[in-house]
Design a protein around this ligand. Structure first.
Ligand SMILES: [Zn+2]
Ligand SMILES: [Zn+2]
Length: 214
């Protein structure tokens, strides 16, 4: 892996950190505000929402109400930590394993990371097919190229199609993000140029030393 692979990895990381994460958070906020919920907590306490999320975390559980919408997932997309971030168990003895045992915590969209925010958007927000697909692809690419990438590098062959896909799906969710994407790519080129200049300077100093007799 060369330095360029690393640079490309950092560009993609910055796109996720600076563009996709805030975009998901804004989208979630906009979605629950459209439904007339004041805050994320109220939205998460909505029966339909807590019921969906409950079954994304709990297997083989059948609820005391709304049984028709109970599901049983093969894999659990929501991990323990994420569930705990969203919901607290009500005080008192828990009679059964059911969504009615939990109440949402007071959290803001800005507290959620990309993965959790995307999961709520994808499963609970009726985004419409195109937006839903965009959220799915953006989450999947983060897992494939950043989270599960042990070399911390992205090759030239991967980078072109990946950036095209990121751009298409980001703009599907928000048309105004194009300038920001261009800025991030430019910033990283600049940084690379500065690093290269510093290195050439050090190298030339070494040569100069070698060439100058003491
Ligand atoms: Zn119950
Ligand atoms: Zn249920």
């Amino acid at each position: 892996m060369d330095k360029e692979d690393k640079r490309r990895y950092f560009v993609v990381g910055s796109v996720y950190l600076e563009v996709v994460t805030p975009l998901f958070q804004q989208k979630l906020e906009q979605k629950y505000q459209d439904l007339n919920f004041r805050c994320l907590k109220d939205f998460l306490d909505r029966k339909a929402v807590i019921h969906i999320l409950f079954h994304l975390r709990h297997r083989n559980a059948w609820c005391c109400t709304d049984k028709a919408n109970c599901t049983n997932q093969g894999a659990l997309p929501l991990n323990h930590h994420q569930w705990k971030q969203l919901y607290a168990e009500n005080p008192g003895p828990g009679i059964h394993n059911c969504f009615c045992k939990y109440t949402a915590k007071s959290i803001k969209p800005a507290d959620l990371d990309l993965s959790l925010c995307g999961l709520i958007l994808y499963n609970c927000c009726n985004l419409g097919q195109l937006d839903e697909e965009a959220v799915h692809i953006l989450r999947r690419n983060k897992n494939d190229y950043l989270s599960h990438n042990t070399t911390c590098g992205i090759t030239k062959d991967e980078y072109g199609p990946l950036m095209d896909e990121l751009k298409t799906n980001i703009l599907q969710l928000d048309q105004t993000k194009e300038d920001e994407l261009i800025r991030i790519q430019k910033d990283h080129w600049m940084m690379l140029c500065v690093t290269n200049t510093q290195q050439s300077f050090l190298i030339s100093k070494k040569y100069w030393k070698r060439l100058t007799p003491k």
